[in-house]
Unconditional design. Structure first.
Length: 405
């Protein structure tokens, strides 16, 4: 995804010395996390935390648990966080973490032990004003609670050292829904600029975890029709609209979206992406829209709930075909914005009510959409190039002001 940054660097005429600093990570930590499993066998998991750039503030970014998480992926996602926090004008830098493990293969006790060991092995580079993790793929509020507890055991009680915690432990009411809900706030703000009505729009969502499920719920309240959703096992489709609450219940009960099937049509994840719809929300993993399927996408708008779901080659095809893309660093920025609210509330030992959280979230995301749209209109470019250009200029200014170069 370096190509997106390179294109923005050319667009804003980024100085070479700043580009050199931003072209690699500040720090990359690679750890071994051994776990004695319940059956006595030993699992040696590999974990990573990459801090890309901290010119604008403490490093910030999620932790994912996935069998394919590796240093290259985490490095790319850490850099994405630098641009995302800058675009949203949050006082953070960018980081990301990953643990190469399939959490579904672990018991709850094993998951807790592994998380505590992972937290301790990274704790020397983390901290309230240093680097603040949060949930990402296959991690959630419970994982953040264990992580925070392990970190606090070594450094003293530190709720602000991790965001996305359970509300009982200082989590912000609203953070859990913030990425999916924020995605819909971003879409609403963009739709206003395009004079586009969201009511009655047919929506397809790939991935029905934290981001996909909250986006679906929020879109339903606006009168949109969710016609297909999926998870790892594949998808369900109904042209008249799915019963989203039923799907949410099936997944919350530990099942998959297919368990909500009441005569819906089954679709594969590949078929789902090319269904005829108005809005496509990839909200699973990266790299699902490629040069191989971009020509077949039938949505008018792609809203990137996931990080890096559209490859640069596919992005060019979508742009040529006039398909609008709301890029990840804007579209899923509600999550880290909500984390910022949680962090500030923890530092002040104060808690907002959820309606205030949501109003502040909407306000910040509206502002970011309007900045991106205005830049794109002025420079006749895509929203992605506009978003990266704004972010890059902000980070470059901070790099210079802090004397990094
Ligand atoms: N959580 C957050 O606050 C933020 C998340 N994001 C990004 O959003 C995306 C989703 O994250 P999140 O919702 O938190 O993760 P979750 O782990 O909560 O959910 C991921 C969803 O994607 C599905 N999925 C995983 N792999 C595939 C696949 N190969 N094909 C289809 N579906 C798949 C999962 O299915 P199953 O349940 O069957 O495994 C699950 O439904 C990620 O790219 C993440 O980086 C971005 C910003 C913030
Ligand atoms: O909430 C956060 O701090 C980070 C969320 C994240 O990892 C992301 O936006 O990709």
């Amino acid at each position: 995804m370096r190509l997106y940054v390179d294109a923005a660097a050319r667009a804003v005429a980024l100085e070479e010395d700043v580009a050199d600093v931003l072209g690699s990570s500040y720090r990359e930590v690679s750890v071994q996390v051994p776990l004695r499993r319940d059956d006595g066998s030993l699992l040696v998991a590999h974990g990573y935390r990459v801090q890309h750039n901290g010119a604008r503030g403490p490093y910030k970014g999620g932790l994912r648990y996935h069998p394919e998480a590796d240093l290259d992926e985490v490095r790319a996602l850490a850099s994405l966080m630098t641009w995302k926090t800058a675009l949203l004008d949050l006082p953070f830098g960018g980081a990301k973490g990953g643990l190469q493990v399939d959490p579904r293969q672990l018991s709850e006790g094993e998951l807790q032990t592994l998380t505590r060991k992972f937290a301790l092995s990274l704790s020397h580079v983390l901290g309230v004003y240093r680097d603040i993790p949060a949930p990402d793929v296959n991690t959630n509020a419970q994982v953040m609670a264990w992580f925070m507890d392990a970190y606090s055991g070594r450094h003293g009680y530190s709720p602000a050292a991790v965001t996305g915690k359970p509300v009982d432990l200082g989590g912000a009411p609203g953070r859990e829904a913030a990425t999916g809900r924020g995605l819909v706030y971003v879409l609403e703000a963009a739709a206003r600029r395009w004079s586009w009505d969201l009511a009655g729009r047919r929506v397809v969502i790939q991935g029905f975890g934290n981001v996909g499920s909250w986006a679906a719920r929020e879109l339903v309240t606006l009168g949109a029709r969710i016609i297909a959703v999926s998870d790892v096992g594949g998808g369900i489709f109904n042209d008249n609209g799915l019963d989203v609450e039923r799907v949410v219940e099936a997944v919350a009960a530990g099942g998959s979206v297919a368990d909500a099937d009441v005569g819906y049509t089954k679709v594969s994840n590949e078929e789902l992406l090319t269904l005829d719809c108005d809005i496509l929300v990839p909200a699973a993993l990266g790299g699902c829209i490629t040069a191989g399927n971009a020509a077949d996408i039938r949505a008018s708008v792609v809203v990137e709930g996931a990080n890096h779901p559209v490859t640069p080659a596919a992005d060019d095809v979508l742009a040529d075909r006039g398909i609008r893309v709301l890029p990840d660093i804007l579209a899923n920025g509600g999550g880290v914005t909500g984390s910022y609210f949680e962090w500030t509330q923890n530092i002040q030992q104060f808690q907002w009510k959820e309606d205030r959280f949501n109003a502040e979230l909407r306000d910040r995301l509206d502002r970011a959409v309007n900045e991106v749209a205005a830049y794109a209109e002025e420079h006749a470019c895509t929203y992605r190039l506009a978003a990266y250009s704004i972010a890059l200029e902000r980070v470059a200014r901070a790099v210079r002001l802090r004397g990094y170069v």
